[in-house]
Design a protein around this ligand. Structure first.
Ligand code: SAH
Length: 368
């Protein structure tokens, strides 16, 4: 075995993403647009103009790109049709103004995104896939399986449309909606780079959090990708057996492999990790779980986010009581772990991840 192979093996079982789809025009980097312009027989400087229309002015059609020659616009329209998201439904919380958008993609699939207002700015939670194939047993997003991955443009569009609809700037992004971002690795990278470019929205990578159920080899890849984002790990249990009950991905990668990858990520990027821990009654919320968790995370520069489970009717997991949650937090704090309880936004419009989409699909089924 070569040294490289040995190293690969210690990085957990390999992960196979779905076959790659060629990037659409709003997912292309500037050098790719330059090449495209050349292929179309036009001048490379057009690429910058085009990029500006797509990502700075964020127009919805080629007709609006008035400084591009009509001939080029026609060719682009023919070969690279521009897609935008269409709002299908919107729910607004009367408690805190949180909005959930249900968007239709050009192929008729629907995805949801959430807009949250905080004192420090506006945050958007985006979806990274249509459905999900990770199968976490407390989650609504995965009930219908995976339909397809989103292009970088379709992730960008969630932010672009929400800014347009609310008329307010988005300053923070969390990739915590439907889908597993590390199962759509190349497009997530494109998305992060494009959304943080000064020629586009220019959202600082430090204000972007990407959450993963723990696809170990991709965490190593991300550590090398030279990004300044925050990585959040959905841990949810302090031992393999319990974690396997909640998350099929735990059959593939052990907690110890996962934490090795996290330590590597910190060593490479210097970015503090977040661990998400969804508290489910009588599943993972005992004091002994808190102590075990504290033991696991000792010495790791991290932050724990406790999420009281949002019960999904098709799933057996229930929410831990308030007292249990506070006690769990207390125990971790006493062990010197940095911990917060996730503030619930829009609890009146509710819905755990993927529930708005799910009820929409259920309704459609009823009517056909
Ligand atoms: N696939 C990624 C990101 C999507 S979910 C991941 O697993 O991290 C974002 C977070 O919400 C994850 O921590 C996920 O485990 C959690 N989550 C999903 N369904 C939930 C529910 N019903 N209640 C509470 N948290 C949930």
């Amino acid at each position: 075995m070569t040294e490289q192979q040995v190293e690969k093996n210690s990085r957990g079982a390999a992960w196979k993403e779905l076959p790659a789809v060629a990037p659409d025009i709003r997912s292309m980097y500037l050098p790719e647009l330059k090449q495209l312009m050349e292929e179309m027989g036009d001048k490379p400087f057009r690429a910058k103009q085009l990029f500006g229309w797509l990502h700075e002015k964020r127009v919805e059609s080629y007709d609006e790109m008035t400084n591009l020659p009509a001939g080029l616009r026609g060719k682009l329209q023919e070969q690279y049709p521009l897609h935008t998201l269409r709002v299908v439904d919107m729910q607004e919380s009367r408690l805190d103004g949180t909005r959930k958008y249900l968007f239709a993609l050009h192929d008729g699939n629907v995805i949801e995104s959430v807009w949250m207002k905080y004192r420090h700015g506006n945050s958007v939670c985006i979806s990274s896939q249509v459905g999900c194939r990770m199968g976490c047993r407390f989650c609504a997003s995965t009930l219908g399986g995976l339909v397809r991955s989103l292009q970088a443009s379709e992730m960008l569009e969630q932010i672009y449309r929400i800014q347009q609809l609310t008329g307010e700037r988005v300053s923070n992004i969390v990739v915590m909606g439907t889908g597993e971002p590390m199962d759509n690795y190349d497009n997530i990278l494109r998305f992060v780079r494009l959304v943080s470019m000064p020629e586009g929205l220019g959202i600082s990578q430090r204000n972007i959090t990407v959450s993963t159920c723990g696809i170990v080899p991709r965490i190593y890849d991300l550590a090398e990708a030279d990004l300044a984002i925050t990585l959040a790990i959905s841990l949810h249990a302090p031992e393999d057996e319990k974690r396997r009950e909640m998350m099929p991905i735990a059959d593939r990668y052990s907690i110890s492999e996962l934490l090795d990858a996290c330590r590597y990520y910190f060593k490479k990027t210097g970015r503090r990790l977040t661990f998400e821990y969804a508290l489910a009654a009588d599943a993972n919320d005992a004091e002994s779980d808190a102590l075990r968790l504290a033991g696991l995370l000792k010495g790791l520069n991290c932050h724990v986010n406790l999420i009281p489970i949002n019960p999904v009717k098709e799933r057996k997991y229930g929410r831990s009581g308030k007292k249990v949650v506070l006690n769990f937090q207390n125990k971790l704090e006493k062990c010197g772990i940095n911990v917060t309880i996730r503030r619930e936004m829009g609890s009146d419009i509710d819905g755990a991840c993927g529930q708005l989409r799910k009820s929409y699909l259920d309704n459609q089924e009823k009517h056909t």
